[in-house]
Design a protein around this ligand. Structure first.
Ligand SMILES: [Zn+2]
Length: 138
């Protein structure tokens, strides 16, 4: 754990997050600054700044959870499309330097945005997290 890292604090239960699902090495929760409703992050529980420092076993587990959350989002939110992306280093648009994959439901014809503009309401995030969590595959 990196003491000043907000995602490490979420893993440790020292910062709030609307959790969706977890696995042995990974945690999924709602982005606090969603680009659209349903924007979810999947992170390794162990701190890695980005893809360059992460190990294969952890990333495999993270991306197994990405796929399971994607299935749940498709069931729960029925988006027209589902965008998956992962950014490394500031020049690529990374803003939190703890590895994370994004899942963003997409509506046909909607504007493409990477990051949200404002902080979401905690109750709204908890409600959508519960909807996705209820649709998780076994
Ligand atoms: Zn961290």
């Amino acid at each position: 754990m990196k003491p000043e890292c907000i995602f490490c604090k979420i893993v440790a239960g020292q910062a709030p997050a609307a959790k969706v699902a977890e696995s042995e090495h990974a945690l999924a929760f709602m982005d606090l600054f969603p680009s659209v409703e349903g924007h979810t992050l999947i992170i390794p529980k162990r701190h890695y700044d980005d893809v360059f420092g992460a190990d294969d076993e952890t990333l495999a587990d993270v991306h197994r959870l990405v796929r399971r959350v994607a299935i749940a989002m498709d069931r729960a939110l029925a988006p027209d499309g589902l965008m998956m992306f992962q950014l490394n280093r500031a020049a690529a648009g990374q803003t939190v330097f703890h590895y994370h994959a994004h899942l963003v439901p997409r509506s046909a014809g909607s504007e493409l945005r990477i990051h949200g503009r404002g902080m979401a309401d905690a109750a709204a995030l908890a409600a959508i997290a519960a909807r996705i969590a209820a649709a998780m595959p076994d």
